[in-house]
Design a protein around this ligand. Structure first.
Ligand SMILES: O=C(O)CCC(=O)C(=O)O
Ligand SMILES: [Fe+2]
Length: 211
C-alpha cells in the first residue's frame, strides 16, 4: 500500500451534493447526477457511434475536434470532421445550463473510454481553447481522479462513481492538474477495488482556436 500513502482520499458525501470537494478549490462532484437508466441509455448512444483510436484509449469528439498533436481546437469549424453533439449529450448540456453549472451551453464534448489499466496523464485542460467550466459525467466503472496541488504537488484522489458529475472551475480548472493513473485497481476501504470499463463524457465551451 506504499502507493496510496501519498494520496489523501476524499469521497464526496451524497448528502452534500454540489458542495466543494474537500481540498480542491473550485471542484464539485455530484454523485448520482445521472440515474442508472439514463447512464445506460447514454452509454448505448455512445457505443453506437464511431470511436477514434488515435490515442492509446479510445475517444469520440463532438462539436469541434481537439487536436492532441497541436494541443488546440482547429480554427476552421468546417475542416475538422467532428459530428454535432448527439441528442443525449445535448440534453446534458441543456441541463447544465438549467442547473446553472455552466453559463454558456457546451458546444464541445469529448468521450473517453478507459479499460482497466488505462488512464490519462496529469494535465490542465487547454486554457486558450476552452471556457471557465469543464463538466464531466462518469459512466460504467468508478475510478479515482487525482488532483495535483499547484503549490507543493500533493495529490488528492477523488472517487468518481458512475452517474456522478465532476465540475471543475476556478483553481480546479486553471491551476490544479487532474489525471487518472493507468492502473487496474484503486484503493478502497477494504482493499483494492478492481476497475472495469469506464466511459466519461466531458462537456466544454470552445473559447478559442489554433491555426
Ligand atoms: O475522464 C474524465 O473524467 C476526464 C477526462 C479529461 O480530463 C479530459 O478529457 O480532459
Ligand atoms: Fe481534462
Amino acid at each position: 500500500m506504499a502507493e496510496s500513502s501519498e494520496y489523501l482520499f476524499t469521497h464526496p458525501s451524497p448528502g452534500r451534493a454540489g458542495a466543494e470537494t474537500g481540498g480542491v478549490p473550485g471542484l464539485r462532484v455530484i454523485p448520482g447526477w445521472l440515474g442508472p437508466g439514463a447512464c445506460t441509455a447514454l452509454l448505448e448512444c455512445i457505443d453506437s457511434a464511431e470511436w477514434s483510436t488515435e490515442l492509446r484509449r479510445r475517444v469520440q469528439h463532438y462539436g469541434r475536434r481537439y487536436d492532441y498533436g497541436r494541443r488546440g481546437v482547429a480554427a476552421d469549424p468546417a475542416a475538422p470532421a467532428a459530428p454535432p453533439l448527439p441528442g443525449p449529450v445535448r440534453a446534458l448540456a441543456t441541463r447544465l445550463i438549467d442547473e446553472r453549472v455552466m453559463d454558456a451551453e457546451a458546444d464541445q464534448a469529448i468521450v473517453n473510454e478507459y479499460l482497466p489499466g488505462q488512464g490519462i496523464g496529469p494535465h490542465v485542460d487547454c486554457v486558450p481553447c476552452f471556457g471557465p467550466v469543464v463538466a464531466s459525467v462518469s459512466l460504467g466503472s468508478a475510478c479515482d481522479m487525482d488532483f495535483t496541488d499547484p503549490a507543493g504537488g500533493a495529490k488528492i484522489a477523488v472517487r468518481l462513481t458512475p452517474g456522478s458529475l465532476c465540475v471543475m472551475s476556478g483553481p480546479a480548472r486553471y491551476e490544479w492538474r487532474h489525471g487518472i493513473a493507468a492502473r487496474k485497481s484503486d484503493p478502497g476501504q477494504a482493499g483494492r477495488v478492481q476497475r472495469g470499463r469506464r466511459v466519461s463524457v466531458t462537456l466544454r465551451t470552445v473559447a478559442g482556436a489554433v491555426g
